[in-house]
Design a protein around this ligand. Structure first.
Ligand code: SAH
Length: 346
């Protein structure tokens, strides 16, 4: 299925010109699309242009919010969205002092099957179209007001670089100054470490903040928790991150979720520090959010703190992330699963 929100500004312009209309119509149409308007609401767009778009199969509502849950602890809001084919995805709006960040999905399900993650439990269902990725932001702005979403992290369900073409089209659209105009620095892409695609991304001129889910300091441990580690070694992942830094000048962030008894020893901390020594990067620690079906537990608070202190002592730039929305099914993919298992229904 195709969506109006798939279209880049240039594609809108081409469509307008193909219909024999003046160029300024492109600005009007793109602005409506960016605000999530339905065909019926586009009051200054000629009916013939709308008819043409409909005849080309462009749907005007890729994503619809069907459920909203607000955390009483920290104001975090979790959304369930329905897609046109009745698949369901989820997202999270996190409120920080410096603005709101929306966590966005790039696939329905995921085929990476990391041992701790809820998103991969049923494998990959399908890729999201770029308009369905963008549509999540537009739907939230539509409910909470234009400009609500200031920053975006591609950390919802799915592996963005496994849906490369739609993800980069999304990156182009989300930062278009004529559209949502979210700064490139305000967009983070998180990957489990698809090295070839990490290199391709910067070679093609895309410069989101790159977050790499490392979760282990060596291949032995990484292979136990991330099947992708069989394809790419830890040193290949770090090399690709260095390449990204050299090409873009953007500091890469390594995600490290601490799993009790798996990757949380002080030896792991020291090995991690050795691995990234001399590379100007940053490490984000978080205690694993336990997913019932996965049978792994998060490291206890005290040891998390020791792990952090150990890295800091070894001159690693490190922060401990708070787990947000703990009372509303914080961990990736959990809310969606609960909804589907309960038989869906709105
Ligand atoms: N496919 C992308 C995005 C995944 S979700 C990636 O692998 O980076 C974003 C982050 O949450 C990743 O670092 C992922 O490994 C992590 N994550 C997934 N499930 C988690 C859980 N239950 N607890 C803590 N972190 C989790």
């Amino acid at each position: 299925m195709r969506f109006l929100q798939d279209l880049t500004y240039e594609e809108v312009e081409k469509t307008v010109l193909d219909c024999g209309m003046p160029k300024y119509r492109a600005g009007q149409l793109f602005s409506w699309i960016t605000r999530g308007a339905k065909y019926g609401e586009m009051s200054n767009i000629p009916q013939s242009l709308k008819d043409f778009l409909v005849s080309q199969g462009y749907n005007d509502e890729p994503v619809r919010i069907i459920r909203t849950l607000e955390s009483k602890l920290d104001g975090t809001v979790k959304f369930l969205y329905a897609l046109q084919d009745n698949n369901v995805i989820e997202g999270v709006l996190m409120k920080y002092k410096y603005g709101n960040t929306l966590c966005v999905s790039t696939q329905v399900g995921c085929r990476m099957n990391c041992a701790f993650c809820a998103s991969g439990l049923d494998g990959l269902v399908r890729n999201l179209a770029s308009g369905e990725i963008l549509g999540q932001i537009i739907a939230v702005n539509g409910t909470y007001g234009a400009g609500t979403v200031g920053n975006v992290v591609l950390m919802g369900s799915g592996e963005p670089l496994d849906n490369y073409d739609n993800t980069v089209k999304f990156l182009t659209n989300v930062s278009d100054p004529r559209g949502l105009n979210i700064s490139k620095r305000g967009v983070s892409l998180s990957t489990c470490g698809l090295c070839d695609k990490m290199r391709l991304l910067c070679d093609q001129g895309y410069t989101p903040t790159l977050t790499v889910s490392l979760h282990a300091p060596n291949d032995e441990i990484r292979k136990k928790i991330m099947p992708i580690a069989v394809r790419y070694s830890v040193s290949e992942v770090v090399d690709a991150a260095k390449y990204y830094f050299n090409v873009t000048g953007r500091r890469v962030i390594f995600e490290y979720s601490l799993i009790k008894g798996v990757n949380d020893s002080m030896d792991c901390a020291k090995e991690l520090a050795r691995l990234i020594k001399g590379f100007p990067c940053h490490v984000n620690l978080i205690a694993l959010n336990s997913v019932k079906e996965r049978g792994l537990a998060g490291t206890l608070k005290e040891q998390v703190e020791q792990f952090r202190a150990c890295l800091e002592k070894l001159n690693v730039s490190v922060t401990l992330r708070r787990s947000m929305g703990a009372d509303i099914d914080g961990a990736c993919g959990q809310l969606r699963r609960k909804f589907i298992k309960a038989g869906g229904g709105e």
